[in-house]
Write a protein that binds this ligand. Structure first.
Ligand code: HEC
Ligand code: HEC
Length: 207
C-alpha cells in the first residue's frame, strides 16, 4: 500500500511525466503537416473551443492576424522567450506561421464574460489608460488591429503576467511596450488587467 503522504508528490510526478510524454507531440508539428493538423496540437493548450486550459495561456482565437504572426516568429527567433512556445514552433517555418495566424485570426473570439472590477479598480485602470493613451494604438474598444494585439476580453492572469514581463524586460520583443509599462506603477497592473479582461468588443468580425 502506498503511504498517503506520498500521494501528492507522486501525483505531481505523474503530471510532470504526462507533460514530458506530451512533448514528443511537438515532433509531429511539422512544416509538411496541414494547418488543421498543426492547429489540433495548439488546441491542447489554447482550447478546443478557444478557451485555454490554463489561466496564464492567452486566447488566440480571433486575435489579430499580424500580431499572431509576429509572436510565432518571435518565439522561434527567441526575441520573445517562452520554453513551451519555443519547442512548439521550432520545426515550423514562416509559411506555417502565416497559415496558423490566418487560421486563428479567422475564428471567433470566445466570450469569458468576466465581470468588471470594482469601481475603485476601474477608476485606477482608466486613469492610467487615459494618461498613457493606450487606445491610441490598441483602439477605442481595445480590439487592436494588424500587428497590435487585441486586449479586450483576454485572460486577466495572462495580461497581468505579460505586462509584468514587458515591464521587467523578460518579454523583450517590443521595447516600445516595455517603455510604456515602466511608466505604470506595479499596483496598477492588476486593475488594468482585470478591466481589459472584462471588456467586450461590439461590431467587427470577431467580437
Ligand atoms: C503546451 C501548451 C501550448 C501549446 C501546445 C501551444 N501553446 Fe501557444 N502558448 C502557450 C503559453 C503558455 C503561452 C503564453 C506564453 C507567455 O506567457 O509568454 C502561449 C502563447 C502563444 C501566443 C502568444 C499570444 C499572445 O497573446 O501574445 C501565440 C500566438 C501562440 N501561443 C500560438 C500557438 C500556436 C499557433 C500553437 C500550435 C501550433 C500553440 N500556441 C501551441 C502554450 C501552448
Ligand atoms: C504606441 C502604441 C502602443 C501603446 C500606446 C500601447 N501599446 Fe500595448 N502593444 C502595442 C503593440 C504594437 C503590441 C504588440 C507587441 C508585440 O508584437 O509583442 C502591444 C502589446 C500589448 C500587450 C500584449 C498583448 C498580448 O496578447 O500579449 C499588452 C497587455 C498591452 N500591449 C497593453 C497595453 C496597455 C495597458 C497600454 C497602455 C498603458 C498599451 N498597451 C499602450 C502598442 C501599444
Amino acid at each position: 500500500m502506498m503511504d498517503l503522504k506520498c500521494s501528492l508528490p507522486i501525483a505531481i510526478a505523474i503530471a510532470i511525466a504526462a507533460m514530458a510524454a506530451a512533448f514528443p507531440l511537438t515532433t509531429k508539428i511539422a512544416s509538411a503537416a496541414s494547418v488543421e493538423e498543426n492547429a489540433k496540437i495548439c488546441a491542447t493548450c489554447h482550447g478546443e473551443s478557444g478557451i485555454p486550459q490554463e489561466k496564464t495561456t492567452p486566447i488566440i482565437w480571433g486575435q489579430n492576424e499580424g500580431y499572431l504572426y509576429l509572436q510565432l516568429r518571435d518565439f522561434k527567433s527567441g526575441a520573445r522567450k517562452n520554453d513551451i512556445m519555443a519547442a512548439i514552433v521550432a520545426s515550423l517555418e514562416k509559411a506555417d506561421f502565416k497559415a496558423l495566424a490566418a487560421h486563428f485570426a479567422g475564428l471567433k473570439w470566445p466570450n469569458l464574460a468576466l465581470p468588471s472590477p470594482s469601481k475603485d479598480d476601474t477608476k485606477k485602470a482608466l486613469t492610467v489608460i487615459g494618461s498613457i493613451g493606450c487606445t491610441s494604438c490598441h483602439l477605442d474598444q481595445f480590439q487592436g488591429d494588424g500587428t497590435t494585439a487585441r486586449l479586450a476580453g483576454q485572460q486577466p492572469e495572462y495580461l497581468l503576467n505579460t505586462m509584468t514581463a514587458f515591464r521587467d524586460g523578460s518579454r523583450a520583443n517590443n521595447p516600445g511596450m516595455s517603455d510604456l509599462m515602466k511608466a505604470v506603477q506595479p499596483p496598477d497592473l492588476k486593475p488594468i488587467a482585470d478591466y481589459l479582461a472584462s471588456l467586450q468588443v461590439v461590431g467587427g468580425n470577431n467580437q
